[in-house]
Design a protein around this ligand. Structure first.
Ligand code: NIG
Ligand code: FE
Length: 411
């Protein structure tokens, strides 16, 4: 199948060379072609350019994008889309004055989601999760990382991994699976965390590895969850199975997780609502992508990741939804791009770089996703008519999407 999209007002994130990351001051640049076309064959971007030089392209389908913007689909590098039920009642508890920590301490929070998930069949979990995945695709996401972490037993964590595998097989979106068994300490091991760590290291990691259904390892490195020592034990064990870290750090407290992540060549360190100069220093000489999750800050009312400090230090930054039932029950990347501008003081160019090419980097797929480059996957957003791409961020909470093309298929 071939598709020609023509008369595009602005074609964004166009790179002749296959860039895989954009850092620091370069994030302010978003290369674009005005009055452009892009030509897709099957699942691949084959050609693009100015309408002045379109020549004679014959396509099976032609889309007239007059007045519209075309850009690479969002790359959402941090989600917990696979979960069962919801935590709307905890949301109301928070409105009535309880904190996220207070709710967790009385058995709510992640443990509440784990109880529900353990009692949900694989098929039901798959159906609930597929519905969410299809919703985020409709909002412009073309590639997504999905974590486990609401199982907290060997059996339930594997159930989550199997569901992620089915989503990966059945969905048009690119899916990358991450094992986050160290997301919370199960009730049963409340006073014996060491035994839970042993189960993760000696049982779950070998099983997940033999089934080849996890690609990354994650740990919630935080007070009351997993310490630096716990985190290091897991990262060390995961290294033997070639699971690269993508870890939750610095959400509420700075424990030293950023430097630890860098030491283990983490692909990303995520959250960073709290961040100090040592963290910046550690990231400077690393291959690790810092990831901000503004939807979580918005929903919990906690500080926003200091994006300016990160970018102005010459570092790259990615933004993601953190879609999960407790701290960010939304997978809307358009909202994340808006919040990055409004709350993280990122320019629209920086936010779009963070949500496309840098998001793809944080999933290890930026050689094939995240820019308009010949040979890359045909995952595209076509917006509603707008004068300038800044409107994607400016009109916050509005739906900017007209249609999407995912894996070369027009939806
Ligand atoms: O990224 N911080 C840890 N994990 C999730 C929230 C989990 C939950 O509350 O269910 C997060 O915010
Ligand atoms: Fe998260």
């Amino acid at each position: 199948m071939s598709i020609l999209i023509k008369n595009i007002n602005q074609l964004l994130q166009v790179h002749e060379d296959n860039v895989t990351i954009v850092k620091g001051a370069k994030m302010k640049t978003l290369p674009l072609i005005e009055n452009a076309y892009v030509y897709i064959v099957d699942d691949t971007i084959v050609e693009y350019g100015s309408m002045d030089n379109i020549g004679d392209i014959k396509a099976e389908e032609t889309i007239d994008a007059t007045g519209k913007i075309v850009l690479p689909s969002w790359c959402d590098s941090h989600t917990h889309i696979v979960y069962a039920g919801n935590r709307a009642s905890e949301f109301v508890d928070r409105i009535n004055g309880l904190s996220y920590a207070e709710i967790a301490n009385r058995g709510g929070g992640i443990l509440n989601s784990a109880k529900t998930l353990q009692n949900t069949s694989e098929d039901d979990l798959y159906k609930q999760s597929l519905k969410r995945l299809n919703e985020v695709i409709a909002m412009g996401t073309g590639a997504v990382e999905i974590k486990t972490g609401y199982g907290l037993t060997v059996e339930a964590e594997l159930k989550m991994l199997k569901v992620i595998k089915r989503l990966k097989q059945d969905s048009l979106a690119k899916v990358k699976p991450t094992l986050l068994a160290a997301h919370a300490i199960p009730e049963k091991y409340r006073s014996d965390k060491a035994s839970y760590l042993k189960i993760i290291i000696n049982e779950l990691l070998p099983k997940a590895s033999s089934l080849r259904i996890a690609e990354y390892i994650d740990v919630f490195c935080e007070e009351g969850y997993f310490s630096i020592e716990d985190t290091e034990a897991i990262l060390k064990a995961a290294k033997k199975y070639h699971l690269q870290p993508k870890i939750h750090v610095n959400q509420f407290n700075i424990l030293g997780g950023v430097a630890l992540g860098v030491k283990y060549n983490a692909l990303s360190v995520d959250h960073l609502e709290e961040l100090n100069d040592d963290d910046i220093k550690a990231l400077k000489e690393s291959i690790t992508m810092p990831v901000a999750l503004p939807g979580c800050s918005y929903f919990l009312g906690i500080p926003y990741t200091p994006a300016r400090k990160i970018i102005d230090a010459g570092l790259p930054l990615a933004i993601a939804t953190d879609f999960n039932p407790g701290s960010a029950p939304s997978g809307n990347m358009n909202f994340v791009v808006s919040s990055a501008c409004i709350k993280l003081k990122m320019t629209p160019e920086e936010a779009i770089n963070a949500a496309t090419i840098n998001g793809a980097y944080a999933m290890g797929i930026s050689n094939m996703y995240g820019s308009i480059t010949r040979g890359k996957k045909a995952n595209l957003i076509i917006t509603k008519p707008m004068d300038n791409y800044a409107s994607i961020a400016y009109e916050f909470g509005q739906d900017p999407i007209d249609r999407i093309i995912i894996n070369g298929i027009s939806l």
